[in-house]
Design a protein around this ligand. Structure first.
Ligand SMILES: C[S@@+](CC[C@H](N)C(=O)[O-])C[C@H]1O[C@@H](n2cnc3c(N)ncnc32)[C@H](O)[C@@H]1O
Length: 217
């Protein structure tokens, strides 16, 4: 996602500081003090402009959500969106991390997450860049460490090449594919689906959305 640098970005981000986990190292001790309620933790990696994280945290007050985005200017938009909709979250159950997913493993206690969402992850179509795909086996190893034993990864993409690659990676890693589709919006799961910004754009153009729910055996 390419964006022009946001004017006054740092000030705008600090105006949303109550939603930001500024020092990820604090998480080494767990999530106490981050959220008012001790609830299952769901994490979105690569949240972009935040529609999914904001919508899900409002829809599911019984979970705590952490949305991770490495581009500060993009996360700034997500933070402002979430802040403008704070009244939808009586449990104050959404926080953001500005940073690269690769830094999560050394800062988040092992087996502390219940669910990881990968939504419209960058496809990195050049095979030389396969290791950057968020469903590459190296990332799967990190998710395995972060997720609870029965934790789930929920993946959505418009990109058939990335979807095929991901299913192969899941299977090669010995993961269990709980559910998959190449047209999410035609399935029964669509009733509970919260759309991301990319998803809205692609589906308005008629592109079917692929999705898979997987877990480690
Ligand atoms: C194609 S966009 C999709 C954004 C959003 N999920 C959506 O569906 O609208 C992918 C996003 O993931 C972020 N991203 C990619 N790799 C990341 C990583 N390793 N750690 C954190 N964010 C990442 C990018 O900066 C970008 O904002």
């Amino acid at each position: 996602m390419r964006m022009r640098k946001k004017k006054h970005g740092a000030e705008r981000i600090s105006a949303c500081s109550e939603l930001l986990i500024e020092n990820i190292e604090l998480l080494k001790n767990g999530f106490a003090g981050i959220f008012p309620k001790d609830q299952p933790i769901h994490m979105e990696i690569g949240c972009g402009k935040g529609n999914f994280a904001t919508g899900m945290s409002a829809k599911y007050p019984e979970y705590n959500f952490i949305a991770v985005e490495r581009v500060a200017d993009v996360c700034c938009i997500a933070l402002e969106k979430a802040k403008s909709r704070s009244d939808e979250r009586p449990n104050d159950n959404l926080r953001f991390i500005i940073g690269d997913a690769a830094a999560l493993a050394e800062n988040i206690p092992p087996h502390s997450l219940d669910c990881i969402y990968l939504n419209f992850s960058d496809p990195w179509p050049n095979s030389g860049h396969a290791k950057r795909r968020l469903t590459h086996k190296n990332f799967l190893a990190m998710y395995q460490k972060l997720l609870k034993e029965d934790g789930i990864i929920k993946f959505k993409t418009d990109n058939v090449g990335l979807f095929d690659f991901s299913i192969e990676e899941f299977e090669a890693y010995g993961m269990q594919i709980l559910w998959q589709t190449r047209d999410l919006h035609s399935t029964e799961k669509n009733a509970d689906n919260v759309m991301t910004e990319y998803e809205k754009n692609f589906s308005e153009k008629g592109t079917p959305i692929c999705s898979a729910w997987v877990r480690f055996k």
